[in-house]
Design a protein around this ligand. Structure first.
Ligand code: AMP
Ligand code: TRP
Length: 324
């Protein structure tokens, strides 16, 4: 029996940070190693150009995501690792899906509303972002998509498109389900009310930060006025965020983190956290893959993804009467 397919993508827009690891990469590795799924992980470069970017940096950013995939333990032998823009079926299917998508449905997407406020002259790509995402997922008969809660609306949209297409043209698509939606959000080191995000570099701890930068960033991270290393889900706050980071990397529940730092102050806690991060992030810092090696991994994954995607796209075109 063939295994259920699992697909997920990460945008190459700046360096990856510890939020990306805790919220995505570490689960990708666990899911890959569980052996329960046929895994495809890709770099969502077409999605990333919907926001301002530097063309001279984009190629490096794409390779950096692949480098981080490998450093996190994803293996080209076990998973298909590829680049979205290399597989033309993604954008072709997105075009077909766009003809099934009511304008109003995309206008209601929370992410579009948020991002278009930040970008006064928002482009159409930002608007149709979920349509491309639906194509990314549905091309591979995907059963599960590991994503955080911010992407749930897009996944629901994907399911709607699958249903709509199947009803109109005959069954071609499988409806995917989300996996792990209640991922803990890591917050910015400077503002515990905002999530750590690539778009605000100041509050990020990057996976490949140098040890001295890690020490400096943790030392200057916001805490609270309490002085005790106590966790509070309700109040949130800087210290709870740092404890969540500690817990994620030490693999300890909050109760145990509290125990470790019972009677100790913020300073001691912060220096322990910095040393833990320096140790745990060493695979990312030390990930040395030549451009050639990365290109080889990508070419191998592209080939596998393209073969699957082309078969599906041909099937779709046939259903809508567009075969040559
Ligand atoms: P993004 O950086 O928004 O492209 O997100 C890539 C992946 O990392 C997604 O699966 C997100 O859910 C996850 N992610 C991004 N930021 C955080 C964060 N601050 N905490 C937890 N997960 C995050
Ligand atoms: N929109 C996702 C994010 O920002 C990235 C993404 C694009 C994705 N296509 C996807 C995730 C398909 C899962 C499946 O995190």
């Amino acid at each position: 029996m063939t295994k259920p397919v699992l697909v997920s993508g990460i945008q190459p827009s700046g360096r990856l940070h510890i939020g990306n690891f805790v919220g995505a990469l570490r689960h990708f590795k666990e899911l890959q190693d569980s052996g329960d799924y046929e895994c495809l992980f890709f770099v969502a470069d077409y999605h990333s150009i919907t926001e301002p970017f530097r063309p001279d940096m984009k190629g490096k950013e794409v390779k950096d995501v692949v480098r981080m995939f490998l450093a996190a333990g994803l293996s080209p032998q076990k998973s298909t690792i590829f680049v979205q823009s290399h597989i033309s079926a993604h954008t072709e299917l997105a075009w077909i899906f766009s003809t099934l998508t009511p304008f109003g449905e995309l206008s209601r997407m929370t992410q579009f509303k948020e991002k278009s406020v930040r970008q006064p002259s928002a482009n159409i790509g930002l608007f149709t972002y979920p349509v491309l995402m639906a194509a990314d997922i549905l091309l591979y008969d995907t059963a599960v998509v590991p994503v955080g809660d911010d992407q749930l609306q897009h996944l629901e949209f994907t399911r709607t498109i699958a249903r709509k297409f199947n009803a109109k043209f005959g069954k071609v698509f499988t409806e995917p389900k989300p996996l792990m939606t209640d991922i803990p959000r890591l917050m910015s080191l400077h503002d515990s009310e905002k999530k750590m995000s690539k778009s605000v570099p100041a509050g990020c701890l990057y996976l490949d930060d140098a040890p001295d930068d890690i020490r400096k960033k943790i030392a200057s991270a916001v805490t609270d006025s309490g002085g005790k290393v106590r966790y509070s889900i309700k109040k949130g706050g800087g210290i709870s965020n740092l404890m969540r980071i500690y817990g994620a990397f030490a693999d300890l529940p909050m109760k145990d983190v509290e125990k470790v730092f019972e009677g100790k102050g913020y300073k001691e806690f912060k220096s322990a956290l910095a040393e833990l991060l320096i140790k745990k992030l060493s695979p990312f810092r030390e990930a040395r893959y030549s451009d050639k090696e990365l290109e080889k991994v990508i070419a191998q994954g592209d080939k596998k993804a393209r073969a699957l995607a082309d078969v599906k796209l041909t099937e779709v075109k046939k259903k809508i009467g567009l075969t040559r």
